[in-house]
Design a protein. Structure first.
Length: 184
């Protein structure tokens, strides 16, 4: 049986593309495409939040400058849509799904959860050089390594960047709505 997502027909999609191309400037075009990409990414955000692990207890994060308690579920709340702003994303509209770290979001440690991290001996000074041996030196000072929990890899394997059936329907509806608005 053919994939039901491929059977979804969007009326006016070629016309929408033509309307977007005729918009006055690149900023308007980028804004319209980003709106559509955000809509498409909503399904992936839901799967990522479902796959994100939640700690049993609060964690204390302290260093020279800050001391903060991270509550359980902070990483799950931080999962969302991130608009790309560097590299090729300066020109091309780009949307990422992952833990957000800016504003009130505490997703900065998502990489530690995804790949694991070293726990060092007290007083150990890590070497911040980029040379190839630096990793080995830092590993030598580690007491142990936390186990990786590849929640974003699981998310990608489930969605594979594809749009779910309900998301396809909502995107179809949204694109039709944008087409009607641009046609006026």
């Amino acid at each position: 049986m053919p994939d039901p997502i491929l059977l979804t027909e969007i009326t006016g999609f070629p016309q929408l593309i033509a309307k977007i191309k005729t918009l006055a400037n690149d900023k308007q075009k980028k804004t319209e495409i980003l709106k559509i990409l955000r809509r498409v990414a909503a399904g992936t955000v839901q799967v990522a939040r479902r796959e994100t692990p939640v700690s049993d207890k609060p964690h204390l994060v302290s260093g020279k400058r800050t001391r903060k308690v991270i509550q359980p579920g902070a990483l799950k709340k931080a999962i969302g849509v991130i608009q790309g702003k560097r590299g090729a994303a300066k020109e091309n509209p780009t949307i990422y799904v992952g833990p957000r770290a800016k504003g009130s979001n505490d997703g900065w440690y998502g990489n530690f959860v995804e790949y694991g991290h070293n726990i060092y001996k007290k007083g150990f000074k890590r070497k911040h050089s980029v040379s190839g041996k630096a990793k080995a030196h830092n590993a030598a000072g580690a007491k142990r390594r936390t186990k990786a929990n590849a929640f974003m890899a699981r998310t990608y394997s489930q969605t594979k960047g594809q749009v779910t059936q309900e998301a396809a329907a909502s995107v179809t509806k949204y694109i039709q709505k944008r087409f009607d608005a641009l046609s006026r």
